[in-house]
Design a protein around this ligand. Structure first.
Ligand SMILES: *[C@@H]1O[C@H](CO)[C@@H](O)[C@H](O)[C@H]1NC(C)=O
Length: 267
């Protein structure tokens, strides 16, 4: 077993359910009750104050979302816990323990498109589909249903992967978070990680800026300083996503939190 992922199976499943949930919440409306918070207990990012809009009882909400008619067919996917969206073509891809599926929203079905019987650890779309296979953590691409090792990262393990708006690749493995210009093999260290430090996810916002989710918070890549900067403090963060307006959505063990800019408060 790869040392980075020695958490119990149960914790892993919990974390992937969270991931699936925050992902779905970005593309469907959350029907759960929201609790508006007391004054000034939100967060300030880049001088803008955000309220934390919490949805509690996250597992129940996840279930509701999962079983609404739009996603009922996702039942057909075994452990479909890694997802990515081709934003240009509005296509949803789902990585499962048995391969990669494409979600077709015209007839609400999923189709297996690649990597049959492969356990998909993470998945990311930019121009082509990338996925990391478990337990090898080798990174592959999918083109016309054919899979092949991704040349730029043939010598390294990749647990999570994303590409920013300047074709800089970012990836996390056991030893750190690295950046590497596409079509090169020169990596730049952004953050050392101890056995992966239990990375929970890597994603890009609408402007192609890279975010990383670690247990103690949500971090954003700063390319000028080649470091990551914490933007939100979280106690046991399980996943991060950004909505269409570039607001952060994240999950902790009890809630789903959607940051909403608030102009009317002096915080
Ligand atoms: C992680 O990536 C870096 C940079 O490519 C590489 O030097 C290192 O060996 C990799 N670690 C693992 C465990 O693959």
């Amino acid at each position: 077993m790869y040392s980075l992922y020695s958490t119990t199976q149960e914790n892993h499943i919990k974390s992937v359910i969270m991931k699936l949930h925050i992902f779905l919440s970005c593309i469907v409306v959350i029907h759960g009750a929201t609790i508006s918070n007391e004054k000034c207990d939100g967060v300030t990012i880049d001088g803008i104050y955000y309220d934390k809009e919490k949805t509690d009882d996250i597992f129940k909400t996840a279930k509701i979302n999962l079983y609404t008619k739009d996603f009922a067919e996702l039942d057909g996917v075994e452990n479909g816990f890694a997802q990515t969206v081709d934003q240009k073509n509005h296509v949803l891809y789902i990585g499962s323990s048995k391969g990669i599926y494409k979600y077709d929203n015209t007839d609400n079905t999923v189709k297996l498109i690649a990597a049959l019987d492969t356990d998909i650890w993470s998945i990311y779309f930019k121009d082509v589909l990338y996925y990391s296979e478990f337990p090898s953590l080798f990174l592959y691409t999918v083109k016309n249903g054919q899979t092949e090792r991704f040349k730029d990262l043939e010598e390294t393990k990749v647990a999570y992967f994303a590409i920013d708006d300047e074709e800089d690749m970012f990836y996390a493995n056991d030893t750190g978070l690295y950046s590497q210009k596409k079509n090169t093999k020169d990596s730049v260290l952004y953050k050392s990680l101890n056995n992966g430090d239990d990375v929970r996810g890597l994603t890009t916002d609408v402007n192609g800026r890279v975010y990383i989710c670690l247990p103690d918070g949500i971090y954003r890549v700063n390319k000028h300083t080649t470091t990551v900067e914490k933007v939100v403090d979280v106690d046991d963060a399980l996943g991060v996503a950004l909505d269409g307006n570039n607001n952060i959505i994240y999950a902790d063990t009890t809630s789903l939190i959607h940051l909403k800019p608030s102009k009317n408060k002096n915080c």
